[in-house]
Design a protein around this ligand. Sequence first.
Ligand code: A2P
Length: 340
Amino acid sequence: MRKFVVAVVGATGAVGEEMIEILKEVDFPISELVPLASSRSAGGTVEFGEKEWTVSELTEDSFSEFGVEIALFSAGGSISEKYAPYAVEAGAVVIDNTSHFRMEKDIPLVVPEVNPDDIFDWRNRGIIANPNCSTIQMVQVLKPLQKYGLERVDVSTYQATSGAGKEAMEELGNQMKDFFEFKLDKSPHEQFPHQIALNVIPQIDKFMESDYTKEEEKMIFETQKILGMDLPVSATCVRVPTLRGHGESVTVRFADEVDADEVRELLRVSPNLIVVDEPEESAYPMPVVATGKDETFVGRIRSDLYDKRILHLWIVADNLRVGAATNAVRIAQKWIEEQV
Ligand code: A2P
């Protein structure tokens, strides 16, 4: 089998580390791993395939120098904006985890369980975008429900700190420590607009003209692009003091009445979904259940009390895996299937 030179841009970050872990787990055909990060991490090493690979500083020449064929980017939007074109110029396919290119017309925005063929869209300019973490887990569930005629989706999220990177997770940890030392009021917050320990913050990213946040707009417009329909969606995105695993309370309105039992059975056989829905056993998806997993967990599936066209669901997935690294690696796996 042909093997590929694979670069991970942001290899030392929360998502980058997860990407390397998943490449190992799926036994991705790699001839050479090229871990790239800032000058701060250059010279460090990453273990992969019984070898240690040295982390190099990302430069404009990194991709041509190492002959990179697949470049997984997760070092922030401005890094992708500047360096993805150099990767493409060097002949690599870019799979970009940032939001920078997502809404551009000639950039496919892909969740392999939903719209895998978009990877090969003729307009593709060599960059495939990985959607927002909260969008991915929601569209994986909405896709099988599309056959009932989706009319509207309302979602509230409960998003873990790791969505904001490693330093954000550390900030939560430091604040918790400060709480037990009775100095939480003096604990600094740099990663979030407010204290995150023992708090919830109904703001992720900046506010837009629409009065929605950028994160909320991402969920709305990305969902429409991936599902290929002008579906009315509203989102309220909330940061909660967990480390990993985003929760979502989702309300879906359909054209006709739907049966919750039938939906439960349909979701049970849908790709990469696990239904955990036994309320009498207190069994439902939670971040601690989803952490470290590559599936999306769905439960609390129930009909609305007043309108049988409305269904309520609770969805949880590991944001670093399903919502980022796993999706990116699945895109790469799909892409190599077509390379002979
Ligand atoms: P580094 O560790 O050298 O700073 P996270 O999302 O967990 O905060 O991780 C961000 C990732 O992006 C890290 O791997 C980080 O590398 C990388 N990164 C940040 N700034 C740059 C940069 N200017 N050039 C290359 N990589 C960068």
